[in-house]
Write a protein that binds this ligand. Sequence first.
Ligand code: DUC
Ligand code: ZN
Ligand code: ZN
Length: 470
Amino acid sequence: MRTLIRNGLVVSPQGTQAMDVLVDGETIAALYEPGPQVDQLATSVDRVIDAAGKYVVPGGIDAHTHMELPFGGTFASDTFETGTRAAAWGGTTTIIDFAVQKYGERVQDGLAAWHAKADGNCFIDYGFHQIIGGVDDDSLKAMDELVDEGITSFKLFMAYPGVFYSDDGQILRAMQQARNNGSTIMMHAENGIAIDVLVSQALARGDTAPINHGLTRPWETEEEATHRAIMLARMTGAPLYIVHMSAKQAVNTLQQARDEGLNVFGETCPQYLYLSLEENLGAPGFEGAKWVCSTPLRSREEGHQDELWRYLRTNDLSIVSTDHCPFCMKEQKELGVGDFSKIPNGIGSVEHRMDLIYQGVADGKLSVQRWVELCSTTPARMFGLYPQKGVIAPGSDADIVVYDPNGHTSIGYEKTHHMNMDHSAWEGYEIDGHVDVVMSRGEVLVDDEGFHGSKGRGRYLKRGLSQYLI
Ligand code: DUC
Ligand code: ZN
Ligand code: ZN
């Protein structure tokens, strides 16, 4: 099957260029200067997609999702089937999900359980990071084995004592291991010991509403943990990637470390760029539960959101992922009625990331090149998928999105929603752009006729080491 995408503007971090793209089978075969010489080729291919007036961009890579994550007595409501289908609808053609090693479990068993959930169920390609829930001699050894299996990044938690939490000694040991095997440590940087005290004190006072989730996780708990993680990384020489950053003070600390030349990187998510403690977590009644996630949404009055957009521009934040971790209100978020600490933590966004960050382009906050860099190219390079993914170039997988900057997308539960949730955290968001065509390894999954993908076509991706490390 050969497809020619004609008349579009191909976008990469380096620039935008009018180019016609030839796809042969699963890969990109060639790029041509548009003109009459391509006319003849157009008559010999199987399919021509007209991208006049549109951007042709590498498929989105969401490097932070949690399909079916066990959390707070329930499971994230998207399966690999529903979650990857929704991702494709929104122009994301690769996810990297987090396999979980629970405390007391063998790392390899946790990984096998994740393969059992994902293999044969995905609509798009997928890889795994590994959560290490219990750092000990066995799990440290397993880290080396996993690197050989294409899992080259390991997430540790400074929050959630008694569940995923690692203490500083455990973090130090895992970082030493990563330094030796070339992998990256991903960190959930929040001081969970301090947070647990603040949570018990709030509950004892009778402060049980969802907004207390944010009030008991003040920015200091994120900044302190970020600083500590950076110092531990500095001692070991390990590369560090801090996930879901939301506090401007924490990113400022990261910025200083980057300015000193440390191998430290930061990620943020759409919810921290748009939503806030006051308007969302503080919504009347139990409504705020929709937006309970960790790190929490921050105060708009304090100006975190604007600062994060700025840090995206200056590359102090390098990637936008979603931390997609959806829960329904009914029977899931509702577990926390009368006790905010029992609300499962997470927001579903995997379907909307490309649109929401494109809106930053439409609003003049980011260039279109930076959009592609943040949502596709850097994730590919950071997590060992480049140049198979993250770029439109000969030899790369034909994961391609045709995006219409003159189109429009109304996000809402009744409108564009395909995630397995009973509400949308993004209800009412209007986007000045539209995902027109989504292609994954040469196969059109989404076009103006609807959805064409099939379950199980997505392949497991064995990842290499990060390209950003020395
Ligand atoms: N944060 C969330 O909001 N959900 C899952 C885990 C996490 O760290
Ligand atoms: Zn986390
Ligand atoms: Zn997460």
